[in-house]
Design a protein around this ligand. Structure first.
Ligand SMILES: Nc1ncnc2c1ncn2[C@@H]1O[C@H](COP(=O)(O)OP(=O)(O)O)[C@@H](O)[C@H]1O
Ligand SMILES: [Mg+2]
Length: 274
């Protein structure tokens, strides 16, 4: 099972759009996928047509120790499961502040629910912060996928993100690797987008070969800015259902194929880690 944390501490860079459409696209390719919404804003859940109202199960209950993971996970479409978020999740940061083992609550919940037997992929949509929810995602994950919006300050934020990943790798999860950076909200043909892409490639090439991001690649697929991607959430469906012939669907389909291409390597890495 590959466990992918979609993470960037900045908001509005395409985390949720990427999490939902990556998960949906992998499910279309016949993989059994569970998307875990770790953002109290619950945008991923709403994007998949699930709104947690009083009484609906959510991932909050897992962090509160009230329910096992499999009980808060629901099938939303063929091969695609969702563990929705709700606003209560905002309290988790505080509730876990002194709890022993607070970094591993999610990891343990996945193990106790035998998630590895039920899913081929877990995709986690992280909140735009580096708090306890994100740390739980990084402790449970074996891969980090970073959506990045080409932007003058993007690389500064990225080095911070890499440092955090390195810290988590050292302290909490030796198996964690940054698998790649996906450029999102990409304005094709603009000078800025091209420059940021070049700088990013150079940054990765020059990095320490021992660093947990040393193998990170910039995905060949650039997710172009496409209005259909912004419209799909309000219909409660992925881009593949909402506008299957749009540029947005095509780009995410290509990203999905790049992620699938790395399956062989991921299973070798996991065997080495075991
Ligand atoms: N490639 C894209 N083209 C057009 N709009 C996009 C694209 N990616 C994301 N958006 C829109 O940009 C906003 C921020 O994206 P989102 O995925 O929610 O970012 P994050 O989860 O990092 O905050 C949302 O309104 C989303 O619909
Ligand atoms: Mg989001």
């Amino acid at each position: 099972m590959r466990i992918i944390a979609v993470m960037n501490q900045k908001g509005g860079v395409g985390k949720t759009t990427t999490s939902v459409n990556l998960a949906a696209g992998l499910a279309h390719q016949g993989r059994r996928v569970c998307l875990i919404d770790l953002d109290p804003q619950a945008h991923s859940s709403i994007h998949l047509g699930v709104e947690v109202l009083g009484g609906t199960d959510s991932i909050y209950q897992v962090f509160a120790g009230a329910k096992p993971f499999h009980e808060v996970t629901q099938l939303v479409s063929k091969n695609l499961w969702l563990s929705p978020a709700d606003i209560d999740l905002a309290a988790t940061e505080l509730e876990l502040v002194d709890a022993p083992g607070r970094e591993y609550v999610l990891k343990q919940a996945l193990t106790s629910s035998n998630a590895a037997e039920k899913f081929d992929y877990i995709v986690m949509d992280c909140p735009p912060s580096l708090g306890v929810l994100t740390i739980n995602a990084l402790s449970a994950a074996n891969e980090v996928l970073i959506p990045l919006q080409p932007h003058f300050f993007a690389l500064q934020g990225l080095s911070k993100l890499f440092e955090t990943t390195a810290l988590v790798t050292r302290r909490l999860n030796r198996d964690l690797k940054v698998s790649g950076v996906a450029l999102c909200l990409f304005d094709t043909g603009t000078r800025l987008a091209g420059d940021v892409t070049d700088d990013l490639m150079m940054f990765l090439e020059q990095s320490d070969p021992q660093a947990p991001w040393a193998d990170a690649k910039v995905f060949n697929t650039k997710i172009r800015r496409n209005i259909k991607l912004a419209e799909a959430p309000s219909h409660g469906i992925s881009i593949f259902q909402y506008a299957p012939t749009s540029a947005g669907a095509l780009d995410y389909q290509n990203l999905v194929l790049e992620v699938i291409e790395a399956e062989a390597k991921a299973s070798i890495d996991q065997r080495h880690a075991a």
